[in-house]
Design a protein around this ligand. Structure first.
Ligand code: DGL
Length: 271
């Protein structure tokens, strides 16, 4: 009798347009330390946020296929722009569970029933797709939703300009109109933005609740793996393999900053 392979032992696949998705990997490793992870960052073609929906979908299919070819048991789309445009396509194309970053953030925002006026920031592609706006409005009709594309934030974060006054000026330009609307919650709709948490907490104080997509996505991933019987129970050795489609010292340095720890050699991925 052929035996069924135990897929729970296989690694989890995670992809992003670049290295921002490593904030999700960081959250996944905190919550699911027993899981091995294969990460793909499409650094050769980043950013996705300014590209057309068709291109984002094509890139996302290629990224997912790469991870499937490496034997992953599930795929986490650690990119808001790819989730916004390609999640349904990926879920209908591939047989493994494909988990996005938007739904978990929306669930977390609405969970305690307190949110009345929600602000969302993200790339131009994410905001233009209206994926967040639809997901929120479907679950809570009547909710006030104020979305703003904030395309300058990714370059600032990638440059490491987190404490510079210039970033605070840009944030004020973007956030003041949302604050004038009286938002009580701000959704960080981009996997780069968790790095802005400290500066946003300082700027906004306790008045505005911040919801980031990295930690909410990790919690949702655990739930999906549990439901699908894919959660790894054994505590054996785990691995983190990082593949990038373009290798450079700058990308590796950035990857270390996003992940918050050291890691082994980064490998070049050919899609
Ligand atoms: N990773 C993208 C996101 O979360 C931001 C970077 C990009 O534009 O590709 O939307």
């Amino acid at each position: 009798m052929p035996t069924t392979p135990d897929l729970s032992q296989s690694p989890l696949g995670v992809f992003d347009s670049g290295v921002g998705g490593l904030t999700v990997v960081r959250a996944l490793r905190e919550l699911l330390p027993q899981e091995s992870i294969i990460y793909l960052g499409d650094t050769a073609r980043v950013p996705y946020g300014s590209k057309s929906p068709d291109t984002i979908r094509r890139f996302s299919v290629e990224d997912t296929q790469f991870l499937i070819n490496h034997g992953v048991k599930a795929v986490v789309v650690a990119c808001n722009t790819a989730t916004a445009h390609a999640l349904p396509l990926l879920q209908s194309t591939f047989r493994v569970p494909v988990i996005g970053v938007i739904e978990p953030g929306v669930e977390a925002t609405l969970a305690d029933g307190q949110a009345e006026r929600v602000g969302i920031i993200g790339t131009a592609g994410t905001i233009r797709s209206s994926a967040y706006q639809y997901a929120l409005a479907m679950r809570r009709p009547g909710l006030q939703i104020h979305a703003a594309a904030t395309p300058l934030l990714v370059p600032f974060i990638e440059e490491g300009w987190i404490d510079q006054p210039a970033l605070k000026l840009v944030l004020s330009e973007y956030l003041d109109p949302l604050l004038e609307k009286g938002i009580d919650t701000l959704m960080l709709g981009c996997t780069h933005y968790p790095l802005l948490m400290p500066v946003l907490e300082k700027m906004l104080g306790k008045k505005v609740r911040l919801v980031d997509s990295a930690s909410t996505c990790a919690a949702h991933t655990r739930l999906v793996l549990e439901q699908e019987g894919l959660l790894r129970r054994s505590q054996g050795q785990t691995t983190l393999d990082i593949y990038l489609t373009d290798l450079s010292e700058q990308a590796e340095a950035m990857a270390r900053r996003f992940l918050g720890t050291q890691f082994g050699r980064v490998k070049k991925a050919a899609l």
